[in-house]
Write a protein that binds this ligand. Sequence first.
Ligand code: AG3
Length: 286
Amino acid sequence: MNLWFTEHHSPNVKFSIKVDKHLYSGQSEFQKIDILQTPEFGRVLTLDGLVMCTEKDEFIYHEMITHVAMATHPHIKNVLVIGAGDGGTVRELVKYPTIENIDMVEIDQMVVDVCMEYMPQTASKLTDPRVHLYFEDGLKFVRKKENEYDLIIVDSTDPFGPGEGLFTKEFYGNCYKALTEEGILVNQHESPFYEEDALGMKRAHQKIMGFFPISDVYQVHIPTYPSGHWLFGFASKKFDPIQDLDASAWNGLGLETRYYNPKIHVGSFALPNYVKEQLKDVEPKH
Ligand code: AG3
């Protein structure tokens, strides 16, 4: 049998992964959930037919969505994670003994249940006693919060379907309010490369900038996402991701990472000119 998974990366581009076995397929209240066993990427989680994470490259995404903020702000104790049902972001956060509480708000409990069973590599730390799981809409959850979190990580799907609300002005404004005076917001920021993704990333930047005095974007290389070139947003009330990075303090923690290090941290904020231009397009002109 010759079985392949295919995702459209643009209306004119398809990306295919050879599949050994279709391990799981289910339809939740919110989306279609599939787990594939593949020879190149190991297990792959897809939602509504889009790759969310693979065993082989998820470390890049999850380390970079977590450690950049953690190495910048020295006193992060209370963290809110939105989305992130596969558990990879939480796995990275629990490496820090200084974090006291992690609230994780995932709209779809079935994603967590399926990942607990099929993706233990990412999901196994969801049982850490500091982690509190809430199965509800992140958009509604943050409305009720004020001056509570040192860090909010938005580990969402793309800006359509169940993740759409996590790309709105209302949501970013409520994140601002839910953060402490020194708080940082890191979000899954789409890709600059194909038109549709670039539109999503520009819109997100425009909205986030309206609330935060520091609003930067940094890049990563994720082989299984459209174009492989992906961005995260770093929005902050006080800390600058480069000036305030304490590389020796972070190195002193002795954490094991396969992608992140303080040099990559600094380098990831150096953007190609075409990306800088896209961001400038939506920034207010002075
Ligand atoms: N979040 C989804 C990133 C976007 C992927 N898009 C795509 N394949 N079209 C990943 C969640 C990982 N915790």
